[in-house]
Structures are given as C-alpha cells and as structure tokens.
Design a protein around this ligand. Structure first.
Ligand code: ATP
Ligand code: MG
Length: 430
C-alpha cells in the first residue's frame, strides 16, 4: 500500500513502516549515506539511505538517482528535528521507476528560460502551490454561484462579433469567412437570463493585448455571471458578497497554502468590512491628488489603479464611468446621461482591476441607437438585439478575470504565474 507524504505528517506516523511513491526533489550522497528529499502531490519528505540497510541494487539506485527521477521508497518513519516537518524516512528499499536524464532546472535560471521549460517548471513547489490555490479559488467561486441558485451555461468560443472593441480581437479563418475567438461570453450569458434567471459562464476569453503588462494575458479564464431583474446596485452587492465568500473560505480552509504562495493571511482578514464605493469622478480627483495626472474622460491604466489602491486594505468599487470609455451595452445613469451604470472592482495594495460589471441596456431602441453611434456592423449583432425584442427585462452582470483574482489573493507580482501556460504577446510555447 502506498502512503501519501501528507498523510505521514498529518498522522505523525512515527515508527511505522511505509511505502512512498514520488519524485526526487533534492539529492546528495556522502560515503555510505544518501540524503534525498522526495515529493509527491501532498508534500515533501526527507529520506536517508544507508548502504548497509538496503540491497546492493537499491544502494546503486539511490546513488544514481537524478533530481526528478521517479521512485518507490520503503522505510521506517523516524523523528528528526533537522528534517523538514520534523520527520524523516529511513529507507529499507529504494527502487527507481524511471531514472530519466539529468533535470534541466537548477538554481538561478532566468525567467525566460523557466518559461521555455514551463512544462517541467510546473513541478516546482512554487507553481504547484499556486495551481492548488487557483483550484480552490475557482472551486469556491463556483460553489458560491451554485449556492445562490445560478445555472452554469456553456457559450461558444468562436464568434462573429466582439463586445469589447475591435482592437483586441483574434481573427480566424472560419471556412473562408472571418470569425473571432471570443473576447467575452457576456452576450451569450445574457441569452439565458430569459430562461434560467441567474446564470454564469466560466470559460476562456481571448484578447490580443498588444502591450506587455503584469496583468494582461492573451488568453484568460473569465467568470461571467448575468442576472435577471438585477440593477446596478444589486450587481455590486453580489460582487462584494462573492469576493467575501471566497476570501473567507480560503482563510478558513487554506491559510497555510496562502502563506506558501506568498500571501500573508492577515492582509485578507482585513477585508471583512464593507467595500468603499466611489464615483469615477472622485477616483479621477484622487489619482491627481496622489501624484498622478489624468482628466475626466480618460480611462485608468495600471499606474492610476495602483495609486488608487496602494493604501487600500479592502477592494474598492469605482462606478459611473463616462459613457465614451465603456462598452455600447451599458445602461445610462438616469440622473446623468454622461455616465453609465457600470463598476470596476479594484483589488487592494496596488493589484487593480479584477472585475468589470454593468447594468445592461434592455430597451431595443436605446440599444440600437448606441450601436449605431459606435458604428457597429449590425448584421452580426441582430441576434443580440432580438433579445430586446421579445419580452425584454432589466438585467445586469459582470466579468471577473480568474488570473487577476489569483494574482491578488496570492499577492503575486506577475499574472503569468497564475496560469500554467500563459499566452502573451511574445509567447505561445510550450
Ligand atoms: P483592463 O482595463 O485591465 O484591460 P478591461 O476593462 O479590458 O480590463 P473587461 O473587458 O471589463 O476588462 O473584462 C472583465 C475582466 O476580465 C477584467 O476586470 C479583468 O479581471 C479581466 N481581464 C480583462 N482583460 C484581461 C487580460 N488581458 N488578461 C487577464 N484578465 C483580463
Ligand atoms: Mg483591456
């Protein structure tokens, strides 16, 4: 029977005979002793192999092993203060499953090289811890929406039209006709508010982002809820409730993992109070006050968002943006037609935008007028207009970038480490 390394520590299996299956994490030999640290998906364990305690074949194997050789080790668990976690395995058997070749990753390699061998670097403790945390975050997001009685729906990835502006569309040849990889599934999510009430999509979105930043990917995972009969205010309340849910779950269930990934859980404890809400107008004033320079009508870039959030302990809502810098489908503020009922949610400590949401225009004529104003090619959007023709209703929704949330929650410097194979302007390999 195989025992997971995590179980050995959890049950403190001191004195027990166990068999562990895994990979060599670190390795050194000195005379009659081999020291190895081995890992499986649950943890790492120090192993000592003494020449006189194992067969000749196993002794040879333990000396021949490379970093990342796969193996099966049998032995007795002993207390050892110096070992990571205070336990070590004294081997009685050491069998290589595959010795392999010398592993190409050692210390002090450039970030570029690590990206070239990403398929192997994913085995590192750093990336595997982040992938575990990402799994839990996505899981809690789903759990939240399912507990709120949302249905998950499946959108198409290949589309005829974008909804976030033509400059970041990836065009493809669809049997001789142009088509695009989707920038957002929002319009398809909207279809379902008429039959399912509250829905969400979790799917990739594609943006041909032409600049290099620490928070843009060309392919990212996009969570897009859409809710029948929700207005702008209810939309923001839901966003806040969702963020709070995931943060609380991560703190309660995975605070050690947060620490391993580099996030101090105490920072996340602070977000319990209600999130501050400011109008775009106030946000612009703040940016200028904090040493930035922008005018009404301009959009926030990373620098402006960093200024707005660097001293914030909680996420910050910015709402009521100028119509001109937001998408065509956003409802005007009845009190001020210059601005739309849209919000961004900015993560604290400089991380910036994690969510963009809005109340959607639900009146046919209004939507048509806005689309004409923006010179959209109506034939590709006829179906979307149709939704407003037959029993239209007020509705709202938002889009959350999974990688942006992971970057913030784990306090990572760069978005590339939040996804196994980041796609950026200069990389689509491996
Ligand atoms: P930004 O201003 O940061 O480019 P955006 O306003 O273009 O973002 P939206 O179109 O509102 O973003 O998309 C909704 C959410 O999707 C964003 O709040 C963000 O979390 C995420 N997102 C957008 N573009 C990217 C990208 N290129 N890579 C990763 N996540 C993204
Ligand atoms: Mg963008």
């Amino acid at each position: 029977m195989i025992t997971n390394i995590g179980t050995i520590f959890a049950q403190s299996e001191e004195g027990k005979e166990v068999t562990v299956r895994g990979w060599i994490h670190r390795h050194r030999s000195s005379g009659n002793m081999v020291f190895a640290v081995i890992r499986d998906h649950t943890g790492i364990l120090q192993v000592t192999v003494k020449k006189d305690k194992v067969s000749e074949k196993d002794w040879k194997s333990s000396n021949d092993a490379y970093v990342e050789s796969s193996l099966i080790v049998r032995g007795t668990v002993k207390k050892d203060e110096r070992a990571p976690g205070g336990l070590e395995l004294q081997a009685t058997g050491f069998e290589l499953i595959s010795r392999g070749e010398p592993f190409p990753i050692a210390k002090d390699l450039s970030e570029e090289y690590l990206m070239d061998i990403r398929h192997l670097w994913t085995r590192s403790q750093k990336i595997s811890s982040i992938m575990k945390a990402r799994h839990h975050i996505v899981n809690y997001l789903r759990e939240f929406f399912i507990s709120e009685e949302f249905y998950e729906v499946a959108p198409p990835i290949i589309t005829k039209s974008g909804c976030e502006g033509g400059s970041t569309l990836f065009e493809m040849d669809y049997f001789g006709e142009p088509a695009y990889l989707t920038q957002s599934s929002q319009m398809y999510a909207e279809v379902f508010v008429f039959s399912l009430g509250k829905v969400f999509v979790l799917a990739p979105s594609f943006r041909a982002e032409k600049s290099r930043t620490k928070r843009h990917l060309a392919e990212y995972w996009h969570l897009e809820p859409e809710m029948a009969f929700y207005d702008h205010k209810m939309n923001m309340e839901l966003q806040e409730q969702m963020v709070r849910y995931v943060v609380e779950k991560m703190l309660k269930e995975h605070s050690e993992l947060l620490k391993t990934c580099g996030r101090n859980p105490l920072d996340l404890e602070k977000i319990k109070d209600p999130f501050e809400k400011i109008d775009y107008k106030v946000a612009v004033e703040r940016v200028n006050e904090f040493g930035g320079k922008m005018e009404w009508g301009e959009d926030f870039g990373a620098d402006e968002e960093a200024l707005l959030t660097k001293d914030q302990e909680r996420p910050l809502f910015v709402e009521k943006f100028p119509k001109a810098i937001k998408s065509f489908y956003m409802e005007e503020d009845p009190k001020n037609p210059e601005v739309v009922l849209a919000n961004d949610l900015l993560a604290p400590q400089g991380h910036g935008e994690i969510i963009g949401g809005s109340e959607r225009i639900w009146d046919y004529d209004k939507l048509l007028a806005r689309m004409n104003e923006q010179n959209l090619d109506l034939k590709n959007y006829q179906w979307y207009l149709d939704l407003r023709k037959y029993g239209s209703i007020p509705h709202s929704g938002f889009g959350l970038g999974i990688e942006r949330v992971v970057k913030w929650m784990l306090d990572l410097d760069h978005i590339r480490d939040t996804i196994p194979f980041p796609r950026t302007i200069n990389r689509c390999y491996p």
